[in-house]
Design a protein around this ligand. Structure first.
Ligand code: GUN
Length: 285
């Protein structure tokens, strides 16, 4: 193997330690701990595992974590009312609505109800607009985690050719904005992109966020490129794998994230960081 492995598990641990120190300082200064509230509607087992992980991680760094578990057929008006109550509660610093919401619930109008100052996912239009305007705001956790991995890997971004494969609101689009703000030359590819292998071969920085197991082959990678794999899929044997064929890509890339142990642990770490930042910002208003 040629590529250096970017160890998301140990970088995430470092972020969590920094957050834990920040929480201790916050508690001493403000006499309370930051509060993270997660809303989980429905009984999707994957979402339940994620949410329990978020609650546990919040408690481990000294925050107050609470999950609001609601049935899949919850009245959308009740959900918006709950969000408004959390907006008004001074003990709540971060509100996260776990996605995807069960079919039939109007995701956007529920996300729009979250106070932008408590929107620790960075999905509110005010925070989306701030990112694209280069203004301060809350940045979505997964792309923010990818940027931290790129920095820790020493990737050169200014003027570099960056390709983001995937155009989701949660990852692809905000990732492209962050890379652009870091002065990379950014291309966004998606399911309709022509000749994706050649687009990939041009990229110094390749972010894979498509959600298809091992779709990006080793011979699509530019020699020496930095590869960040956001994918979390199951392969034909039921084993966790990314969007990139890791074994093939690791022979060509300069640095690459594994799956698991790459981007995954960073998402929760950056959620904790966003919650602490939101708490500090609210207390200093
Ligand atoms: N579901 C999968 N990832 C995420 C995330 O980052 N935020 C929310 N709210 N839901 C998710």
């Amino acid at each position: 193997m040629k590529a250096r492995i970017i160890d998301g598990t140990s970088i995430a641990l470092q972020v969590r330690r920094e957050v834990a120190r920040g929480v201790e300082e916050f508690c001493q200064k403000c006499g309370r701990s930051p509060g993270l509230h997660v809303i989980l509607a429905g009984d999707d087992p994957g979402s339940a595992v994620y949410v329990r992980g978020k609650e546990k991680a919040a408690e481990e760094v000294g925050m107050h974590g609470k999950v609001h578990r609601l049935p899949a057929d919850v009245d959308p008006e009740y959900l918006v009312k709950l969000v408004r109550e959390l907006n008004a509660d001074p003990a709540v610093d971060g509100i996260l609505v776990q996605l995807p919401l069960p079919g039939g619930l109007p995701s956007q109008s529920i996300l729009d109800a979250v106070d932008p100052l408590k929107d620790v996912d960075g999905f509110h239009p005010i925070n989306v607009g701030a990112l694209w305007s280069g203004l301060p705001g809350i940045v979505p956790c997964t792309p923010n985690g990818c940027m931290r991995l790129l920095r820790e890997a020493g990737a050169h971004l200014v003027g570099a050719r960056a390709l983001v494969v995937g155009r989701s609101h949660m990852v692809g689009k905000p990732m492209s904005g962050l890379l652009l703000n870091a002065h990379a030359t950014v291309t966004i590819a998606h399911s309709k992109t022509e000749n994706l292998p050649d687009r990939c071969r041009d990229a110094d920085i390749l972010i894979a966020a498509i959600g298809r197991a091992k779709m990006i082959a080793g011979d699509w990678i530019k020699p020496g490129a930095t590869v960040i794999d956001v994918g979390m899929n199951r392969d034909e044997h039921g084993k966790l794998c990314g969007d990139v064929d890791f074994a093939g890509a690791a022979e060509v890339a300069g640095a690459i994230t594994p799956v698991p142990g790459g981007v995954g642990p960073m998402t929760i770490a950056l959620l904790l960081e966003n919650t602490l930042k939101a708490a500090i910002a609210r207390e200093s208003r």
